[in-house]
Ligand binder design. Structure first.
Ligand SMILES: [Zn+2]
Length: 262
């Protein structure tokens, strides 16, 4: 069984959601973890979570690209929901310097508050860190996590595309690296990083509907393509597909800290 640790399968692009889920099951994708974005995505996500309670597992959080004037109301809702229902993680949360820099101070505040909630609820986090405008979002996210030094904090640096040194820093902070479609891109850079990093630190993700792996690059991504990413990791590490499958699944399940899932 493989676990897709990050997929926005509630996205309106998945009109064919039953087919998409059947294909994922056919490829042995046993669980799909769903990161939330903002208030507007909660309903679709929770619908999937209740229709497929063993397969589609929800997170709760405010995505940095959705941080705006309404950040306080958005965070109040995240906090409220975190206390009301069961989620596997706080996510996705973090820093995005790629698009708009207007709300970067609020992004930091939202990130800090949500890290604290994860720590106090003993939930892992799914971190989005996208660099831009000459600022390294991974480094600034890691700096904040280091400064806060929160108890029980762990999780995934989702869509990890950093250097080997950055990978080691994430691991030292107690995090796993979420490896997705970028690992299959010729210019993705991960071909130099993945061979350096132990398999015990990696989890797999599609980030559907974004970042489809080769040969679907540029098309809509879906969880069924996770096997292409696993294959790429096996090739880069020169190990068997079976080992990648069992180790990354174990790594993902370890993060769930005793929440009964399988
Ligand atoms: Zn995402």
């Amino acid at each position: 069984m493989l676990i897709d640790t990050h997929a926005h399968i509630y996205d309106p692009q998945f009109e064919d959601r039953e087919t998409m889920l059947r294909q994922a099951a056919g490829e042995g994708i046993g669980q799909i973890w769903m990161p939330n974005c903002a208030r507007e995505t909660v309903e679709g996500m929770m619908e999937l979570a209740s229709a497929y309670p063993d397969r589609c597992l929800p997170m709760m959080g405010l995505h940095p690209c959705y941080v705006s004037e309404s950040v306080e109301a958005e965070l109040a809702e995240v906090e409220n929901r975190l206390h009301r229902s069961r989620f596997i993680a706080v996510g996705e949360i973090g820093l995005d310097f790629y698009w708009d820099m207007t709300f970067v101070p609020q992004q930091f505040e939202a990130f800090r508050v949500q890290l604290q909630w994860a720590s106090s609820l003993n939930l892992p986090v799914s971190i989005h860190s996208r660099s831009g405008h000459d600022r390294n979002a991974f480094a600034e996210a890691a700096d904040l996590i280091e400064q806060l030094a929160l108890p029980n904090l762990n999780g995934i640096f989702h869509c990890f595309v950093g250097t080997a040194d950055e990978a080691r820093r994430a691991i030292d902070l107690g995090f796993k690296l979420g490896i997705g479609g970028v690992s299959t891109f010729k210019n993705g850079g991960l071909d130099k990083v993945i061979p350096e990093i132990g398999l015990e630190h990696l989890v797999l993700e599609t980030d559907s509907p974004y970042l489809a792996p080769v040969p679907y690059r540029g098309k809509r991504n879906e969880p069924a393509y996770l096997r292409l990413i696993a294959r790429r990791v096996a090739d880069l590490k020169q190990v068997s597909m079976e080992l990648v499958e069992s180790q990354t699944t174990t790594n993902a399940l370890t993060l769930l800290k005793g929440i009964p899932t399988l």
